[in-house]
Design a protein around this ligand. Structure first.
Ligand code: PHE
Ligand code: FE
Length: 278
């Protein structure tokens, strides 16, 4: 049976990926021979522009690990990255045609498999693309999968999200648990900032793959930057809705990945209960 495409949020055009290629778990082979020279050129431009913006704005750990992709010269093969990633942290990249539904997504993460969209944006979308493409997924997310602590955190998130999904369906008092937890994902894994000495730096993939939001998130006086170090602040984060079509007006700042792992280790069931009441 072919899987159906997935649409999150509102859009007036169909998803771009070809979901007829996907297996039951929504993964597909990276269609490497389908990339044109123009596609590789788009990748090189995105990569070199973004790489040049990182110093002073991106987390140092991310800058240090980016060369692990070995991707400055063109779109990399997932299998080449996997040959380094699997021995480093036990993670593997798997291809997907685009966004996939929640449960298959969480299941992949819980099994240390990271889904990467295999198509790349068009030259007209250099600054902004509506759906995540291979540049966002690979450049934004994959370098930090080479960090042990961060890699463990992403797996814990996948396991926690499966638990939230099960809870939501069996426990009335945990209504919207997945949505609440997804906001934490948004404000950490996608748009997270961390402390580095006196400064803040970006580690969230949505920021790291965006030419404009990198400086906005770290340097602009406009957005709020709230600490994410105590359980209270987790609750505040999970209560915060977010926008997907503009720069964030609020960011959450962690101390470091060890602290994030420790902060999210407790059972979240009481948090879900409390949030369902408010
Ligand atoms: N520890 C959380 C729970 O038991 C799950 C979780 C892990 C949430 C990692 C966020 C990040 O529900
Ligand atoms: Fe992402």
């Amino acid at each position: 049976m072919a899987v159906k495409p997935v649409i999150y949020g509102q859009s007036d055009r169909p998803p771009r990926g070809d979901y007829s290629r996907a297996r039951e778990d929504y993964t597909c082979d990276q269609n490497f021979t389908a990339y044109t020279e123009d596609d590789h050129d788009t990748w090189r431009k995105l990569y070199s522009r973004q790489r040049a913006l990182l110093p002073g704005l991106a987390a140092q750990r991310f800058i240090d690990l980016l060369p692990q992709l070995n991707a400055a010269q063109g779109i990399p093969r997932f299998e080449d990255i996997n040959a380094r990633l699997l021995p480093a942290t036990g993670w593997q990249l798997v291809g997907v045609p685009g966004l996939i539904p929640e449960v298959p997504f969480f299941t992949l993460l819980a099994n240390r498999k990271f889904p990467v969209t295999d198509w790349i944006r068009t030259p007209a979308e250099m600054d902004y693309v509506v759906e995540p493409d291979i540049f966002h997924d690979l450049f934004g997310h994959v370098p930090l999968l080479f960090d042990r602590t961060y890699a463990d955190h992403i797996q814990a998130y996948g396991q926690g999200a499966l638990k939230a999904h099960a809870l939501e369906n069996k426990d009335e008092s945990c209504q919207a648990a997945v949505e609440h937890l997804s906001r934490l994902y948004w404000y950490t894994i996608e748009f997270g900032l961390q402390r580095e000495g006196e400064d803040v730096r970006a580690y969230g993939a949505g920021i790291l793959s965006s030419p404009g939001e990198l400086a906005h998130s770290v340097q602009s006086p406009e957005p709020e930057r709230l600490p994410l170090t105590h359980p209270q602040e987790i609750l505040r984060c999970m209560a915060s809705t977010y926008k997907i079509d503009s720069y964030q007006s609020q960011y959450f700042v962690i101390e470091n990945f060890e602290a994030l792992l420790a902060l999210t280790a407790p059972d979240f069931t009481p948090y879900y209960r409390q949030l369902a009441l408010s």
